[in-house]
Structure formats: C-alpha cells, structure tokens
Design a protein around this ligand. Structure first.
Ligand code: CO8
Length: 257
C-alpha cells in the first residue's frame, strides 16, 4: 500500500509509523485512519516485527479529528457511517504500540495516544480534550479512557473545560509513563520498543492482553485470566530458554516458539 498521510519505516524489529500531515497539525481524517490501521495491521502480521512506535511531529502528535472533514456532517451521516469506528480495529492490534507524543495531542489525538499501550511524552507535550469548545464531546474514547487513566475529577475537568495539560501534569496523573526531553523522544520510544521486541513475542502479546483485561473485568476474573496465561507460557520453548539463560548467566535466545 502507498501511504500519503503517514510515513512507515522499520528500525530493526520495530515498526515506526509517523503521522505526516504537517499543514493540518496531523489532524486525523478518514485517510489517516485508513492508513494507520493498514500500517499497524501490516506490522502486526509481519513476523520480523516485535513492537511498534506511533509518533507525530515535534509540534503536534495530532491536533484532533479533522474539524474541516466533520464540519458539514449531519447526524444521519455520522450515525450511518459509524464515523471513526475504524479506530477500534487499531485498538485490537496484538503487538505492543508505544505512543511517542510531542506537541499537541488534542481531542482525537489524545484519544489515539491513549489507544496505544503506553505513552512516552516529550517535555513540550500538551494533552487535551477540547471538543466541548466545538459544541461536541469526545468521540474516540476520551470520556472513557481518560477517566480510567487519570480518574473522574481530572477527566471531568479536562473534558468539561477543554483545558490543556502539560507533560509534567500528564506524568503526575498517570496519563504518560515518562517524560523525556523532546529532542530525545523518538530515540527513547524506539529504545523502549526495541527492548520489548527482544523478548519472546508470545509472552509479550499475552502480557499486553492481560494488562488490557484489567480494564474490562473484575479483579477475580482478571487474576484467573492472568494465571491461565501464565501457566500456558510453560508450554513454550521460550520459557525453558529464558529460565535456563538466567541460571546459566547468559543472554536468552528467544525463538518465539
Ligand atoms: N482539524 C483540522 N485542521 C486543523 C486541526 C483539526 N483538528 N487542528 C489544526 N488544524 C489546522 C488549522 O486549521 C490550520 O490550517 P490552516 O493553516 O489551513 O488555517 C493549521 O492546522 C495550523 O493550525 P493553527 O494555525 O491553528 O496553529 P496554532 O499553532 O495557532 O494552534 C492549536 C494550534 C492550538 C492546536 C489549534 O490548531 C487548535 O486549537 N486546533 C484544534 C484542536 C481541537 O479542537 N481538536 C479537537 C478536534 S475534535 C475531535 O478531535 C473529536 C474526536 C472525536 C471524533 C470521533 C467521531 C466519532
């Protein structure tokens, strides 16, 4: 597939997707959606890839859904097309995706970052759900995922006032896993993804599945689910290899089997 709104590269075992609509601050239109979903799907299916990084530019990760595309849409259009439902496919990507966020991550941009598995922020990052200022509300998960990340009070504050949160506040409240100088952001995110890609892919994928399950079920069910996955990993050569390597004081050689 030829991409026009994103750049797609591989760095070793890491798939790198860069949102690339600089004139619109990476606003997310239907083409961006189709291309990001296709690129993530292709990396997911590629046996040579163990993890991905999704990033934007230094000025904007993404300044939201494309307001110009949505502006004239009627209720019937939005409802019958189930506008933007395609992003759900992105959230079903089974290999880990690290969001590297610099600059604006607003509206759908903040929601897209939250669809990734964790967020590393540049120190100039600004997060917000400003949909209320446009006469609408979050529509790609902001009211639900942001609330789970930061709790009700701050999510209400963000969604009802439309104010932006800087990187330090985002780290303090658990929206991002770490903040790094913006000049080092991509390297740090690639390093984190490369580290993940060194591990046994089945254990990486099950770990992602288990952490995500914590958001969808009770503690008792989640613990049972985790234990079943944990037991199942003992069926793999990689468990034998990983533990043997520790005992023999050498690096493991995982084969994803
Ligand atoms: N959509 C379309 N174009 C945009 C967007 C956007 N979200 N954001 C910026 N742009 C465009 C501007 O229109 C401008 O284009 P042009 O040069 O042609 O006028 C260009 O990008 C540069 O932007 P600015 O000149 O405004 O740049 P500034 O540095 O002055 O300001 C801001 C940067 C503060 C980020 C400002 O651009 C801004 O406020 N942008 C809009 C932010 C916003 O409201 N985002 C939320 C959008 S709504 C949303 O995401 C809903 C998600 C749910 C949808 C799901 C439906 C089911």
């Amino acid at each position: 597939m030829t991409y026009e709104t994103i750049l797609v590269e591989t760095r070793g075992k890491v798939g790198l997707i860069t949102l690339n609509r600089p004139k619109a601050l990476n606003a997310l239109n239907s083409q961006v959606l189709a291309e990001v979903v296709a690129a993530a799907g292709a990396f997911n299916a590629d046996a040579g890839i163990g993890a991905m990084v999704l990033t934007g530019s230094e000025k904007a990760f993404a300044a939201g859904a494309d307001i110009k595309e949505m502006q004239a849409m009627s209720f019937a259009d939005a409802y019958t097309q189930d506008f933007f439902v395609g992003w759900e496919e992105f959230t079903r990507t089974r290999k880990p995706i690290v969001a590297a966020v610099a600059g604006y991550a607003l509206g759908g941009g903040c929601e897209l970052a939250m669809m990734c598995d964790f967020i590393i922020a540049g120190d100039n990052a600004k997060f917000g759900q400003p949909e209320i200022t446009l006469g609408v509300m979050p529509g790609m998960g902001g009211s639900q995922r942001l609330t789970r990340f930061v709790g009700k009070s701050k999510a209400m504050d963000m969604c009802l006032t439309g104010r932006m949160m800087d990187a330090a506040e985002a780290e303090r409240c658990g929206l991002v896993s770490r903040v790094v100088p913006v000049a080092e952001l991509l390297d740090e995110a690639l390093k984190a993804a490369a580290k993940i890609a060194e591990f046994s892919l089945p254990s990486v994928m099950m770990t992602k599945e288990a952490v995500n399950r914590a958001y969808e079920t009770t503690l008792a069910e989640g613990l049972r689910f985790e234990r079943r996955l944990f037991h199942s990993l003992f069926a793999l050569d990689d468990q034998k290899e990983g533990m043997a390597a520790f005992v023999e004081k050498r690096k493991p050689n995982f084969t994803n089997r």
